[in-house]
Design a protein around this ligand. Structure first.
Ligand code: MN3
Length: 253
């Protein structure tokens, strides 16, 4: 809808554009109604296709300095992440099955969709998550007693968990992510290639991520160049434990 309104605003001939906007507005509805069973699904009055919207970064681009530099954050959020949302919206515009689902629903059913959905719904979700589990210095907090207890039970110590996580990130060949995942009420470290994540139905380790780090070169290369290990070690300084605690509690319910 935003797009169509923008078209109206930009138009020189209001009459012509209104007609065009109406045509565009009506078309996706007609399209999504077409495959529906006759009469029986009257309750499922086809909703307008979802538009996936990238949220603004929840803090300033320089808020994670000196661990992650401002230029990296600007490019990462403004170019890389935005491109994934743009690509997902392009797919959704031509595929009503994609448009009607939430990103989480797409991930849970990703094996049924073309690779573009896997890459771009994955990338959209992964980065939304990533921005949220990092925070400026005054908002980072510390691990809750419940989380600490679980970490010690599953890894022996916080340091042992971090070592396993950093090793997972360092040994992920090429591009991907490393995760701390709640699976069957326990914590495990897993890594995934490309923009895959543990919420996907194709994931080797399926569960709820509560921490995740992006080990694509675009996440660290400007500041760390080839030193992925140094990036992984420093990254713990910017973790938003308040958010991680919340996600842990939710996943353990
Ligand atoms: Mn990235």
């Amino acid at each position: 809808m935003t797009l169509q309104i923008k078209h109206i605003a930009l138009a020189k001939s209001a009459k012509l554009t209104l007609a065009a906007a109406l045509a565009v507005a009506v078309f996706p509805i007609a399209q999504s109604q077409a495959p529906a069973a006759p009469a029986a699904t009257a309750t499922a009055a086809a909703p307008a296709p979802a538009v996936f919207k990238q949220a603004p970064l929840p803090y300033a681009f320089d808020a994670l300095e000196p661990v992650i530099d401002k230029a990296t954050m600007e490019l990462h959020h403004g170019r890389h992440h935005k491109a994934q949302y743009d690509a997902l919206n392009t797919i959704a515009a031509g595929n009503p099955d994609v448009a009607k689902m939430s990103i989480e629903q797409l991930l849970a059913n990703v094996s049924k969709f073309p690779a573009g959905v896997r890459n771009n719904a994955g990338g959209a979700w992964n980065h939304d998550f990533f921005w949220q589990i990092m925070a400026p210095a005054d908002k980072r907090g510390s691990p809750s007693a419940a989380l600490l207890q679980r970490i010690v039970a599953d890894f022996g110590s916080v340091d042992a968990m971090k070592t396993q996580f950093n090793t997972g990130g360092a040994t992920r060949f090429g591009s991907g992510w490393v995760w701390l995942v709640v699976k069957d009420k326990k914590l495990v470290v897993a890594s995934t290639p490309n923009q895959d994540n543990p919420l996907m139905d194709i994931a080797e380790v399926r569960g709820t991520p509560i921490i995740g780090n992006d080990v694509w070169e675009h996440a660290y290369y400007l500041k760390y160049q080839n030193r992925r290990g140094e990036y992984l070690a420093n990254w713990w300084q910017v973790v938003n434990w308040n958010e991680v605690n919340k996600r842990f509690d939710e996943a353990m319910k």
